[in-house]
Write a protein that binds this ligand. Structure first.
Ligand SMILES: O=C(O)c1ccc(O)c(O)c1
Ligand SMILES: [Mg+2]
Length: 626
């Protein structure tokens, strides 16, 4: 199945767009007329440049306000179409998109529209061209793909077909199953776009907020399933109008687009196995089984500080790497790796970010299949020649250039072979596993990284939440494996003045801002911490007065929470307790959580209080406080 993208979806000049689209792996483009007009090359030159990039021109668009016009206006519209046919022939484009009219003088009527489009189909046929008719969601008379299809059906011309665009159908909440009734060969082109569910004017929503399939909230998989079940075998294309993408990096947006489209085709292939279209075969998302390790790059005095922090949290050093300056720290099922090598990957991560998380190991059902899927979806592989005796574990680059390693049962012996350790850690303070890893990025990187996790790995998104920092808003997007075995929260900062933003600035983009460990008994853990000299993030008394008002918590329990600086939340399914460390050098910190019942959130109502408490302790530089 051919993969395409509209030039409007990518930022830059036409040449930059083409280069990025080609590099990302697409087969063809929809050329937006505006991108042609702004270029200084002739139509022939532009057509050649596109083909020289290895791309075909699968659609020329848009041609507006054609059908339903009276008298002289109709004649002028036909003349305009003929001129654009000339242009298409020079470019080497065979299919034109005609979108439903919004012209104030246009007249309604299905029969009139069918007649006009039949006439246009006839003129296109005389030149070996074809016309695809698309219902814009805000079209004056035609704004529903079922009406567009009725017009195309009545026009009954072989050079006229329908163009389906997921946004126009799903944005109006139209049921895509009606598409299954359209003969597949009368669908001339298919455009895919997702969007976040926002209640607003359709045209404005479409022109500014579309995003890549899987990045938004629309049922795009159901839509494409219906299209392919109808027997459509033509190109599947992305047509994404998005303000943020228009200002983004052409390469990144094109790569994300390709990743989202191949993921969508793969999801459809699995959901609709009878379809005829030839869809790319890539391995399925692998089951995630947990966090195998979290590796820090550190050195010298910073390493000593980190070691004393880990000790206060109940970790113990259980092994040393047989060949490198790397130590293993354990507690329960948690493995923390401290890498003080100067020459390898961790060394360069330390030079760049200071003490920081440079590598996350994820336990998966099959690491080879995980790597194969990630590679098919355009992830950047990572290989560092293993030291003697070091297992070669598949890895890719993640956020901030950090690594993600994928381990399966074939790598179970790595701890014994390389560190001489073959059991889980001591009970320590009762920390049992990594609950989640919090990654910080700029706001405009969030869609990209949430697509990364949801397309490469078996993780799904929770609704986005706003986190209020006293100095700005931070958006937070959580993603989790279905059973919570692996969770990440992505925090998008818009200014340097927020805790998240100042972390990004001061660490030069370190990928992990905090790690949350799970305990099964928060109070026992807090007591063990206190005995080990752990210093909690102090939470003000006002918080506990408010807790007493919001929830039914016994006074003795509330007093215990306050004594240990424990935060609390609950929902219909269960309860959540949180305890934070003080921020370490560079702003990195630890969180301890206890979940009961089915609570699957992250204590979002508590984050403003946590952030304010962090700022009291360590005001961002240049911002005197109190
Ligand atoms: O916003 C528009 O006008 C517009 C133009 C062409 C399309 O294919 C479309 O989906 C929207
Ligand atoms: Mg469209």
């Amino acid at each position: 199945m051919k993969t395409c993208i509209a030039t409007v979806s990518i930022s830059g000049t036409l040449s930059e767009k083409l280069e990025a689209i080609s590099a990302a792996g697409f087969d063809g483009i929809e050329i937006f007329e505006q991108d042609f007009i702004t270029d200084s090359g002739s139509a022939r030159d532009v057509g050649k440049r596109i083909r020289d990039q290895g791309l075909s021109i699968d659609l020329f668009q848009p041609f507006r306000d054609f059908e339903g016009l009276p008298g002289a206006l109709r004649a002028k519209a036909i003349d305009r179409a003929e001129r654009k046919f000339d242009l298409m022939q020079e470019l080497g484009a065979e299919l034109m998109l005609v979108c439903s009219s919004v012209h104030p003088k246009a007249l309604g009527g299905i029969e009139r529209a069918a007649e006009d489009l039949r006439a246009l189909g006839e003129r296109a046929a005389a030149r070996g061209l074809r016309i695809g008719y698309e219902a814009l969601a805000w079209g004056r008379f035609v704004n529903d793909h079922r009406d567009a299809w009725e017009i195309v059906r009545r026009a009954d011309h072989p050079n006229l077909g329908i163009i389906l665009d997921s946004f126009h159908t799903l944005g109006r909440n139209l049921d895509p199953t009606s598409i299954r009734q359209i003969p597949g060969d009368r669908i001339f082109f298919v455009q895919m776009a997702d969007a976040p569910r926002i209640d607003m004017d359709l045209l404005y929503w479409s022109r500014h907020f579309r995003n890549m399939p899987g990045e938004g909230d629309l049922p795009v998989t159901d839509f494409l399933r219906a299209v392919l079940a109808a027997g459509y075998t033509g190109p599947v294309s992305l047509e994404i109008f998005n303000d943020q993408f228009r200002g983004g990096s052409p390469r990144t947006i094109a790569r994300d687009g390709y990743r989202s489209l191949v993921t969508l085709l793969d999801d459809v292939r699995r959901a609709e196995p009878e379809v005829r279209a030839d869809l790319p075969v890539i391995p399925p998302r692998q089951r995630l089984e947990g966090t195998a390790f979290v590796e820090f790059a550190t050195r010298g005095a910073e390493g000593d500080t980190l070691r004393s922090q880990l000790t206060a949290l109940g970790f113990v050093e259980t092994g040393r790497h047989l060949a490198k300056a790397i130590t293993l720290w354990q507690q329960g099922d948690i493995r923390i790796v401290l890498n003080e090598e100067e020459g390898d990957f961790a060394g360069s991560a330390f030079n760049m970010h200071g003490t920081s998380v440079c590598d996350i190991g994820i336990s998966v059902a099959s690491s080879a299949e995980t790597l194969a899927r990630a590679t098919a979806l355009g992830a950047t592989g990572f290989a560092q020649s293993p030291a003697v005796g070091q297992l070669d574990i598949p890895a890719i680059r993640g956020l901030g250039g950090g690594l993600l390693h994928f381990l399966d049962e074939r790598h179970a012996s790595v701890w014994r072979d390389e560190f001489g350790v073959d059991r889980s850690g001591p009970r320590g303070a009762g920390l049992v596993s990594v609950d989640h890893i919090a990654q910080t990025m700029t706001y405009d990187e969030m869609l990209s990284w949430s697509l990364f996790y949801s397309s490469l790995l078996g993780m799904s998104k929770a609704p986005m939440v706003d986190v209020i920092d006293p100095d700005g808003l931070v958006r937070s997007q959580a993603l989790a494996a279905p059973d919570g075995a692996f969770r990440v929260t992505l925090n998008g900062a818009e200014t340097h003045r927020t805790v998240a933003g100042s972390f990004l600035a001061s660490s030069f983009g370190a990928p992990v801002q905090h790690i949350a460990f799970a305990t099964e008994d928060m109070f026992a853990t807090a007591r063990a911490f206190a005995a080990a000299g752990f210093e909690a993030l102090p939470i003000p008394g006002n918080y506990y007065h408010d807790l007493a008002a919001r929830f039914d918590i016994a006074p003795a329990e509330l007093a215990r929470m306050q004594r240990h600086n424990i935060l609390y939340d609950e929902d219909e399914t269960g309860t959540f307790r949180q305890l934070y460390s003080r921020p370490a050098a560079g702003g990195l910190f630890f969180e301890i959580v206890e979940r009961t019942g089915g609570y699957s959130g992250y204590g979002a109502p508590n984050s403003p209080f946590r952030i304010a408490a962090q700022k009291r302790l360590a005001p961002p530089k240049g911002l005197p406080r109190d």
